[in-house]
Ligand binder design. Structure first.
Ligand code: UT7
Length: 323
C-alpha cells in the first residue's frame, strides 16, 4: 500500500498585516523586509488558536477529498505552537470536527519548520504498516504568540496559518521517496524556551517564551540544506532535476531559494513561493503552499513534486510525491 493525497486545504486568520502596518509599531520598513525576504504581508491571529486554524484547513481538505470524515482514523498535527502542552492539538481537532471512528490515533509532532515533512514520513510508515487507513495530516501554527515585537530581526518574518492533507492508501500509486537529516543544535541557532526548570517547589507564573534566531547562521544552513535534500531525493529516486516539475519548499526567504536555484541551475519558476502573502508559517508553510498551488491549477496528475523543509533542530527533510 502506498499513501495517496486525496484532498488538501488551508486557512489563515482574518487579520492581514502589511509591512507598512508593522512599520507603525516596529523600527522597520517595507523596502528592507521585501528586499531581504520577499515578504509583503502575513496573517496574525487575534482570536484563532492553532487548533481553530487546523480545523478550518482540515474541513477544506475533507471537502476537497470528498470523503466521509468518519473514515479518518488518524490525525497528526505538526506544530511548535500548540494550544496547550496537553492535550495535544490533534485531540482538540478531533473533538472540534466531531470525529468518532471506531479507532482513532491522534498526536502532535514538533519538527519546527520541517514538521510537516516529518508528519508525511510518519503517516507513510503508518499507512504501509496497516495501522492507519485514512489520515488527516496538518501543519498549523500561531507563531504570533511567541514573537517578540521588540526584536525586528524576527518579528517581521513570521505569520499564522494552517494547511491540511487528507492522505489515504492506494495500490497503484508510486511510493513516496523520503530524506531526513538533523544536525543537533547546541548553539541556540533557532530556539524558543520551554517551561523553565526552577527547582522543586519553586515554579514561577509563566512568561511568554519568545522565538530567537541567529538569522545569518540559519540562512547559511538553509541554502545548503535545501540543496542537499533535493540532491538526496534525486539520488534515491533515480530522477534527474529536469524530471522534477515543482519544488514546494518551506517559505522562509525568497533569497534562500534563489541561491539554491542558481547553484542547481534550476529555473526559479519551478519553486512554488507564497511567502510574499503569508510570511513564514513554519510547519504550515508547505501544506499551505501546496493547497494554494492546487487551487490555482498548478498541480496536475503525473507531476513529480518535491516538498522540502528546513529549520530548528537543525532538521532538514524532503519528500518526493509522484502524482
Ligand atoms: O523558518 C526557519 C528558517 N529561517 C530562515 O531560514 C531564516 C534565515 N535567515 C534570513 O532569512 C535572514 O538572515 C534574515 C531575513 C533573518 C535577516 O537578513 P540578513 O540579510 O541576514 O540581515 P542581518 O541580520 O545581517 O541584518 C542586516 C541589517 C542590520 O543592521 P546593521 O547592523 O547592518 O546596521 C539589522 O539590524 O538589517 C537590520 N535589520 C533590519 N532593518 C530593518 C534587521 N531586521 C530588520 C528589519 N528592518 N526588520
Amino acid at each position: 500500500m502506498s499513501p495517496k493525497i486525496l484532498g488538501v486545504g488551508y486557512s489563515v486568520p482574518d487579520h492581514r498585516v502589511t509591512n507598512q502596518d508593522l512599520a507603525q509599531v516596529i523600527d522597520t520598513n517595507d523596502a528592507w523586509i521585501t528586499e531581504r525576504t520577499g515578504i509583503k504581508t502575513r496573517y496574525l491571529s487575534n482570536h484563532e488558536n492553532t487548533s481553530d486554524l487546523a480545523v478550518m484547513a482540515a474541513q477544506r481538505a475533507i471537502k476537497d477529498a470528498q470523503i466521509d470524515p468518519q473514515m479518518i482514523d488518524c490525525i497528526l498535527v505538526a506544530t511548535l505552537t500548540p494550544d496547550a502542552m496537553m492535550p495535544c492539538t490533534a485531540a482538540l481537532v478531533q473533538a472540534k470536527l466531531n470525529l468518532n471512528s471506531q479507532r482513532m490515533m491522534v498526536f502532535d509532532l514538533n519538527g519546527a519548520c520541517s514538521g510537516f515533512i516529518l508528519a508525511l514520513q510518519t503517516i507513510d510508515a503508518l499507512i504501509q504498516s496497516g495501522q492507519v487507513t485514512m489520515a488527516l495530516v496538518i501543519g498549523a501554527e500561531t507563531l504570533s504568540k511567541i514573537l517578540d515585537y521588540s526584536d525586528r530581526s524576527t518579528a517581521v518574518l513570521f505569520g499564522d496559518g494552517a494547511g491540511a492533507f487528507v492522505v489515504g492508501q492506494d495500490q497503484i500509486c508510486k511510493p513516496w521517496v523520503h530524506f531526513v537529516n538533523t544536525q543537533g543544535d547546541t548553539e541556540q541557532t533557532l530556539t524558543t524556551d520551554g517551561v523553565e526548570l526552577n527547582g522543586s517547589l519553586r515554579n514561577i507564573q509563566g512568561q511568554t517564551p519568545y522565538l530567537r534566531m541567529k538569522g545569518q547562521a540559519v540562512f547559511r544552513f538553509a541554502v545548503k540544506a535545501v540543496e542537499d535534500a533535493i540532491r538526496q531525493i534525486l539520488l534515491k529516486s533515480n530522477l534527474s532535476i529536469e524530471e522534477i516539475d515543482l519544488i514546494i519548499p518551506h517559505q522562509a526567504n525568497a533569497r534562500i531559494l534563489s541561491h539554491v536555484a542558481e547553484k542547481m541551475k534550476f529555473p526559479m519558476d519551478k519553486f512554488v513561493m507564497n511567502m510574499d502573502e503569508f510570511g513564514n508559517t513554519s510547519s504550515a508553510s508547505i501544506p499551505i503552499a501546496y493547497a494554494q498551488a492546487k487551487s490555482k491549477g498548478l498541480i496536475h496528475q503525473d507531476m513529480n513534486i518535491i516538498l522540502v523543509g528546513f529549520g530548528a533542530g537543525l532538521i532538514w527533510a524532503g519528500t518526493l510525491i509522484e502524482l
